[in-house]
Design a protein around this ligand. Structure first.
Ligand SMILES: Cc1ncc(COP(=O)(O)O)c(C=O)c1O
Length: 330
């Protein structure tokens, strides 16, 4: 019931370090684990500790608005770098000799487009960071849920120069209301991150950390992941099928190989914000893809989450979404 360690509850940090080593190829020990209030605090602390005003940060385009929100508080200058089927186009930006203090990436499962960063680009990025003394902020938010292919090891495990700040969360693998996440901090940065956390909100609730430690240690966590993988695979197929049956001429599905969301591109010229608003009024939550872009995209789309809806709800939701898009086309 007393105050706890700013870095987190030690048994919990040990359990996380073990899990990351075995499942994600992350190389760390418990002393490098900082328990956070979800990834958002990890992003916020990274901004605060690593960035000065006007520092440049390469951002995936399209990318995660939560990261943008965090880095803006440090008055950083964000440089959008296009994402293609191999992830962020690292060669292009390095080739143009653009300096940066940090880069934010989601290499295992790019948010929102769902692609995986190629091995060549991972090596390029790590070499660039080592050469230029820049930081790589790796957000590994939902890597547990890959269907078909094996999970891809984290960038952090390939880093030999201590340039990667690795961020994970229990929001996707368990549920967001827990507000528990973690970061793996290079050893020399531990005192700075620990002090920043202490100044922010001292530490995360020990009760939740202790309960989750037992949940992991007693094997429930691994069982939960196995069970949910099957369930999400079923829901993903239901969503892809429902789109194919009811909206094939209106939506083009991309990035459905992993995670709990996919992107459905709208026909050119359709305003995704208007479709999203209309869908919301019809009772369907569909985030507009354009909100993930710094510049206006050529084509709008919808980010469709399927983790929280059963097969019947998914089919009913797509019927409502069809009406929302039809209204916009008409
Ligand atoms: C790219 C990305 N990172 C992190 C998160 C999770 O954020 P948090 O751990 O703060 O709930 C999400 C959730 O949607 C996400 O899409």
């Amino acid at each position: 019931m007393a105050y706890g360690d700013a870095m987190g509850y030690v048994p919990f940090r040990e359990a996380i370090a073990e899990y990351l080593g075995a499942s994600r190829g992350v190389r760390c020990d418990a002393s490098q684990i900082l328990v956070t209030t979800g990834s958002q605090l990890a992003l916020q602390l990274s901004a605060q500790v690593l960035l000065d005003p006007k520092d440049r940060v390469w951002m995936e385009e399209p990318g995660y608005p939560g990261a943008h929100q965090a880095f803006i508080t440090a008055a950083a200058q964000m440089i959008p770098v296009p994402v293609d089927h191999d992830g962020m186009d690292v060669a292009n930006i390095i080739g143009r000799n653009r300096v940066a203090r940090a880069v934010y990436v989601t290499p295992s499962h790019q948010y929102p487009m769902g692609v995986t960063m190629s091995a060549t680009r991972r090596m390029l990025l790590l070499n660039w960071a080592a050469r230029s003394g820049a930081w790589i902020i790796e957000d590994d938010y939902d890597s547990e849920y890959r269907f078909g292919s094996r999970p891809i090891a984290a960038l952090q495990g390939m880093d030999t120069d201590g340039r990667v700040i690795y961020i994970g969360t229990f929001s996707k693998v368990l549920f967001p209301a827990l507000r528990l996440g973690y970061m793996v901090v290079p050893k020399d940065l531990v005192p700075a991150f620990s002090a920043a956390r202490d100044a922010a909100d001292i530490f995360s609730s020990t009760l939740y950390q202790a309960v989750l430690t037992d949940f992991i240690r007693e094997g429930h966590f691994a069982r939960h992941i196995r069970r949910m993988r099957m369930l999400y695979m079923e829901r993903r197929s239901a969503l892809v099928n429902a789109i194919r049956l009811q909206m094939e001429e209106m939506l083009e599905v991309v990035g459905a190989e992993a995670g709990m969301h996919l992107v459905a591109l709208l026909p050119p010229g359709i305003d995704d914000l208007a479709v999203s608003r209309k869908a919301g009024r019809n009772g369907v939550s569909a985030m507009p893809l354009s909100t993930c872009y710094a510049k206006r995209p050529n084509r709008g789309g919808l980010i469709l989450g399927y983790g929280g809806a059963n097969v019947r709800q998914i089919h009913a939701g797509i019927r409502k979404l069809r009406m929302s898009v039809q209204d916009q086309v008409a």
